[in-house]
Design a protein around this ligand. Structure first.
Ligand SMILES: CC(C)(COP(=O)(O)OP(=O)(O)OC[C@H]1O[C@@H](n2cnc3c(N)ncnc32)[C@H](O)[C@@H]1OP(=O)(O)O)[C@@H](O)C(=O)NCCC(=O)NCCS
Length: 192
């Protein structure tokens, strides 16, 4: 795939359809999952997550009918836990991860969520950069969390995501990535 110029990249990014993950997406999700992770989730894990109702939000980014990325969140009272985020390696660095995460933050706003957490491999600097942009800060380490490699997990938290300051931060992130917020608002599923 050729490198897209910035206006084209923005057009592409805004043309993606972010919608609820369904069983029919799982073949494509699993294909990305296996290329993204050393220890990928199985179909059974995804199916179990999708069956958990309103305690979870799982979304896919569709380029036409093709899944190019996905993200999942578990809600616990007034906190959200990002359980998974991955983008097809062929589509990295095109702000799809940013769009997925911004969508998840907006969903958190709808649920009056004040804080979001996640675990990330201590060696996964690319993902950590993405999270730092969104205001996630390291808050501790889970020793040997990734059992297949005995690697530690960095625990990260973003607090006060429902504050006006965080709203401003998200608008800046979206503007820098070329995400047109007005076009997102018109898509009702983004806010559900
Ligand atoms: C992490 C991941 C989801 C990012 O997706 P993406 O669509 O490529 O991310 P974006 O294009 O939105 O990048 C956002 C920011 O993250 C950082 N980043 C992401 N990938 C990077 C890379 N390869 N090198 C350096 N910085 C990177 C940059 O700060 C980037 O902003 P910039 O492009 O304006 O500099 C993707 O790399 C991925 O699927 N990785 C494998 C699965 C994974 O590790 N998931 C996280 C588990 S905790």
């Amino acid at each position: 795939m050729s490198e897209l110029e910035k206006p084209d990249l923005s057009k592409f990014l805004n043309s993606l359809d972010l919608t609820t993950m369904r069983k029919r997406h799982l073949d494509m999700v699993l294909d990305i999952e296996h290329r993204a992770y050393q220890n990928p989730w199985s179909r059974t894990v995804f199916e179990s997550e999708l069956s958990q109702g309103i305690t979870r939000s799982y979304i896919v980014a569709l380029n036409g009918r093709v899944v190019v990325g996905y993200c999942g969140v578990l809600y616990v009272v007034d906190e959200a836990h990002i359980t998974n985020i991955a983008v097809d390696p062929n589509w990295h660095r095109m702000h799809i991860g940013t769009r997925l995460l911004s969508d998840m933050v907006r969903r958190a706003w709808n649920r009056r969520i004040g804080a979001i957490t996640l675990e990330v491999r201590v060696s996964n600097f690319n993902a950590q950069r993405l999270y730092q942009k969104f205001g996630f800060q390291p808050a501790g380490v889970r020793k040997g969390y990734y059992q297949e490699s005995n690697e530690d997990a960095l625990i990260m938290w973003a607090y006060d995501v429902d504050s006006p300051e965080y709203h401003e931060r998200l608008l800046n992130i979206e503007a820098q990535a070329g995400i047109v917020v007005e076009s997102l608002r018109r898509r009702r599923h983004i806010w559900s």
